[in-house]
Design a protein around this ligand. Structure first.
Ligand code: AP5
Length: 239
């Protein structure tokens, strides 16, 4: 299964991606996480992009597309992957189309998590995560069971907050989302690939709705492959 997960900053892409990975056994490719790892490693790319990422601006398309093109060739992507935060511009969407074609793969669909702008600042300003295992939390909507201890891995005093999660930077990120990323939605809609899920409900409700879309995609795309409609394009599913 190859899925693009879309939605504004704070929509719940990372939160839901973790559930999708567990259920569908795909690899989670989050460009934001990949860039933050490069910044933390202090390598040349990390130094170059640090200011862009921490101020909420986009990293140049060429660098981002190349990073994903290299990543999908890794063995852990063989069973499928979920792209979280990529593509973010029409150029990146076209780049993705091209790289999938080159590998004889097809995209199953683009899943948009739709959330009102005014809910996003609350979600982002309350966010924190475990620096050891990556589990995400929220001060109000998903606190850890015991203060300062990760529910998931038991790590103590490992919680961190992101440098770009201030109210001012969220405004920049949201502006960029509407200007440069939202125009990709019609790109996928015209190809009958866009599936929109209401992201205003509880995390559990959003998860159920996403699973119902993905279950439907898995069934219909397997039928398409059975009908040989995709010619010699490699099937994304193990039959
Ligand atoms: P990235 O890391 O991708 O950030 P983002 O898109 O802004 O998305 P977030 O991670 O902030 O939000 P999310 O949707 O994952 O929400 P979450 O699940 O955590 O990108 C960061 C930066 O990297 C970019 O600004 C850019 O500089 C660069 N970059 C990345 N990709 C790039 C690309 N392709 N091209 C160029 N540059 C790129 O949820 C948020 C909070 O809400 C959490 O606390 C969670 O617990 C809570 N929550 C989740 N769901 C619910 C719910 N249903 N109800 C209540 N609370 C909820």
């Amino acid at each position: 299964m190859i899925i693009v997960l879309m939605g504004p900053p704070g929509a719940g892409k990372g939160t839901q991606a973790r559930h999708i990975v567990d259920k569908y056994n795909v690899t989670h490719l989050a460009t934001g996480d990949m860039f933050r790892e490069k910044i933390a490693s202090g390598d040349d790319v990390g130094v170059k992009i640090k200011e862009m990422v921490e101020s909420g601006r986009l990293v140049p398309d060429e660098l981002t597309i190349q990073m994903i093109a290299d990543r999908i060739e890794q063995p852990d992507c063989k069973n499928g992957f979920i792209l979280d935060g990529f593509p973010r511009t029409v150029e990146q969407a076209e780049g993705l189309d091209m790289m999938l074609k080159e590998h004889g793969l097809f995209m199953d669909g683009a899943l948009e998590i739709k959330v009102d702008d005014n809910a996003l600042v609350d979600r982002i300003s309350g966010r924190f995560s475990c620096s050891d295992c990556g589990e995400g939390y929220h001060d109000d909507f998903k606190p850890s069971a015991v203060s300062d201890i990760c529910d998931c891995c038991g790590g103590e005093h490992k919680f961190v907050r992101r440098a770009d999660d201030t109210a001012e930077k969220v405004k920049t990120r949201l502006g960029i989302y509407h200007e440069q990323t939202a125009p990709i939605l019609p790109f996928y809609e015209q190809r009958n690939m866009l599936h929109t899920v209401d992201g205003m409900g509880s995390m559990e409700d959003v998860k159920i709705n996403i699973f119902s879309v993905l279950d439907g995609l898995e069934d219909s795309n397997c039928d398409l492959h059975d009908s040989k409609e995709y010619g010699d394009v490699r099937c994304n599913y193990k039959k």
